[in-house]
Design a protein around this ligand. Structure first.
Ligand code: GAL
Length: 676
């Protein structure tokens, strides 16, 4: 369970999950019986349920009722369908908020949450933790020996609606967290730089949670610790559930579904689980053009946290809530979204949801079946996928996703630190996504990795603009470069420390020796069209955006590009340092879409990056999963028109039918998987 988290880690599941999210409590007994049969006919092997059924399971405090789910589980079991149960702590029943009104979350404006939707209770409140432990224990003990219950989901999408919490319970919990972290108040005052604006504290119990605009910007060191606290707190809350489940149901697997803000998914939160679950709703990209790239990025970002994952919720129909209603997946799109997920590291897929509910806040969140319960094309597609995955799913277990280039992701502290002073610049995820998208759109095999992960096998690694760089990353990055990798580091990197102070050494601090340069001047570039900074790399020019720096190469380091405007003319803008068999580029400006459009091809040349299969038409994505000597090639058509593939890898077609001729036509949403 606790093997190292790495983008290369396959999941520990011994079966490829294929299932649906099911809410039997919304339907009558006849419908439920028919459901189980129809699920079997579609090849469904597992359902997830109960994650919001708190009222049904515990109508009065401590009075548990399991008959309903016992029957449903047995009915499904008869059809060969296993069950994953969710602990229903994201929606505690009314009696809980009535008994403990002081347990409601309070937001940064001082408003208390209330019963009426979900996720309204503070994870710091002792009664909430007790409620969580009790319901977990009751469910675990009741289902421990039930052979149909194979797995557990902790809570549901922690932090999907709200993560901050300023309730009295959260404030005193934050103070305890700080006491544990610093031990003495003097240490905290120093780490937070509390001399500034006379913010010093005499005791931990004087410290508030930070609220923006109360009246102005809070201390960035305090904000970073608050982010650390929120992740620590949710990990502790989840651990209460995990410990009970592990002890009581030792053979079942445990996961959480999400993944939302203020959680360090490359930390104890995920180490406590068997596998991470990512809930995937590609239609949230309302713009069709970038949808495929965003979908790929979200999956690659998930893999960067801990390796292969499952999708406990994959959008099956359009989703709608009060402010929006998605585009519907077109014919074949559900199947293609499934294979896109698997290509990027999913070792199990459950669709959200079996049937659309006729009432409640999600009555327009469409499932496989519509409100009228008539199986239509989504059901037919499910059947097709079910047939295919019964053959192919098990073969894929144990494989990992191969990539040639990666963009840095997955460091919680670096991302949170940036967000304390973003200056209107994109967050770490958005910074990486635009670079990832450029490679994706140019059909270069790309993904994401943490800078301390195993980077062997990559040709290019890009660390965009991470103010926080940790000392333990330097040997990993150095090894990567010395063994032949190309490392690209963007402006502002390495300029802050773990206390969220600006470093007093010359930038880029810890990266100085690796990059072989220093930053002499560094500035925000607010309007690229006014007082422009023109960067010149050989005969190509680019108008700098977001940030500009003047660099001083150290002896042995080459100037690759210079500034060519105004007072910076002739100064260094990009450096290149040879290290072992590889090289490090430091780029003194924003690695924006425009920068990538101009200089992306040069990075490909430097790093010897080429599309995996040359001459593929636009809209074709090629991804590889590798298991020892076996390669699984996924070819996916995201375009709205058929595409002719002049060249495909040799091997056995395990999805799709191999045509006689060498040329292959992929219909819109067409998928081919070849094993070689
Ligand atoms: C997820 C959530 C589900 C459901 C779904 C559609 O975020 O886990 O419970 O709400 O989205 O909105």
């Amino acid at each position: 369970m606790t093997t190292e988290l790495s983008h290369l880690r396959p999941s520990s599941l011994d079966t490829f999950l294929f299932g649906v999210c099911y809410y039997p409590e919304h339907w009558d007994a006849d419908t439920r019986r028919e459901d189980a049969q129809r699920m079997r006919e579609a090849g469904i092997r597992v359902v997830r349920m109960a994650e919001f059924a708190s009222e049904l399971l515990e109508p009065q405090p401590g009075e548990y009722q399991f008959e309903f789910f016992d029957e449903v589980i047995a009915e499904l079991g008869k059809q060969g369908i296993s069950t994953i149960l969710g602990i229903p702590t994201a929606a505690p029943p009314r009696w809980f908020s009535r008994m403990y009104p002081d347990a409601m979350i309070i937001d940064s404006r001082g408003n208390a949450m209330q019963h009426g939707s979900r996720q309204h209770v503070s994870l710091s409140h002792p009664k909430m933790r007790k409620y969580s432990r009790n319901i977990t224990r009751a469910m675990a003990e009741h289902y421990a020996d039930n052979p149909h219950v194979i797995g557990w989901q902790t809570d549901n999408e922690f932090h999907c609606h709200i993560s901050e919490d300023h309730s009295p319970a959260a404030v005193s919990d934050f103070q305890e967290f700080l006491r544990g972290r610093y031990g003495s108040i003097d240490k905290l005052n120093q780490a937070w730089g509390n001399r500034f604006w006379s913010l010093g504290y005499q005791d931990f119990d004087e410290i508030p949670t930070p609220r923006t605009d109360h009246p102005t910007h809070p201390n960035p060191s305090q904000q970073l610790d608050y982010a650390r606290f929120l992740s620590w707190r949710v990990t502790r809350f989840q651990r209460d559930q995990v410990e009970i489940l592990r002890k009581t149901c030792p053979t079942a697997f445990i996961f959480h579904n999400g993944c939302f803000s203020k959680i360090d998914f490359r930390g104890d939160f995920t180490r406590d689980l068997d596998v991470l679950g990512f809930d995937s709703y590609p239609m949230f990209s309302f713009d069709v053009a970038p949808r495929a790239a965003t979908h790929a990025f979200n999956l690659d970002r998930t893999r960067a946290w801990s390796g292969n994952f499952i999708i406990p919720e994959l959008q099956s129909g359009p989703g709608g809530q009060a402010p929006y209603f998605h585009d519907q997946p077109e014919p074949g799109e559900l199947r293609r979204m499934t294979y896109t997920s698997i290509a990027h590291g999913a070792d199990g897929i459950l669709y959200f949801r079996w049937r659309t509910c006729c009432y409640g806040a999600e009555m327009y969140w469409c499932g496989i079946l519509d409100h009228d319960n008539i199986p239509r094309r989504r059901y037919a597609e499910l059947q097709e996928i079910g047939r295919e995955l019964a053959q192919v799913g098990p073969q894929l277990l144990g494989s990992h996703v191969e990539m040639d280039a990666a963009v840095a992701m997955a460091d919680y502290e670096a991302a949170e630190l940036h967000d304390t002073t973003p200056f209107g610049l994109p967050g770490l995820s958005a910074q990486s996504e635009r670079i990832h998208s450029w490679f994706f759109n140019h059909q270069i095999s790309v993904g994401c990795a943490h800078p301390a992960d195993d980077l062997s096998g990559l040709k290019l690694f890009i660390l965009p603009h991470w103010e926080l760089v940790k000392p333990e990353w330097i040997p990993v990055l150095t090894r990567f470069v010395e063994q032949g990798g190309t490392l690209v580091i963007g402006a502002r990197s390495g300029t802050r420390n773990l206390d969220n102070h600006v470093i007093s050494e010359t930038a880029p601090g810890l990266l100085r020796d690796l990059c072989g340069m220093e930053v002499r001047e560094s500035s925000r570039k607010n309007r690229s069209d006014q007082r422009p900074w023109i960067l010149k790399w050989d005969d190509q020019t680019h108008t700098a955006r977001e940030w500009v720096e003047i660099l001083d190469p150290l002896p042995g380091t080459q100037t690759l590009a210079q500034w060519n405007s105004r007072f910076a003319t002739g100064e260094t803008a990009i450096t290149l340092a040879q290290r072992g068999k590889g090289r490090v580029l430091y780029v003194g400006t924003g690695l924006t879409e425009e920068w990538m459009d101009t200089f992306g091809p040069r990075l490909c040349e430097l790093a010897d990056l080429k599309p995996l299969l040359p001459r593929q038409p636009a809209g074709i994505e090629v991804v590889r999963r590798q298991k020892e000597d076996t390669t699984f090639w996924f070819l996916l058509n995201h375009a709205d028109e058929p595409r002719i593939l002049p060249e495909v890898p040799n091997g056995t077609w395990i999805i799709g039918e191999k045509p006689e001729e060498q040329e292959v036509t992929l219909e819109p949403n067409g998928v081919v998987v070849i094993r070689s």
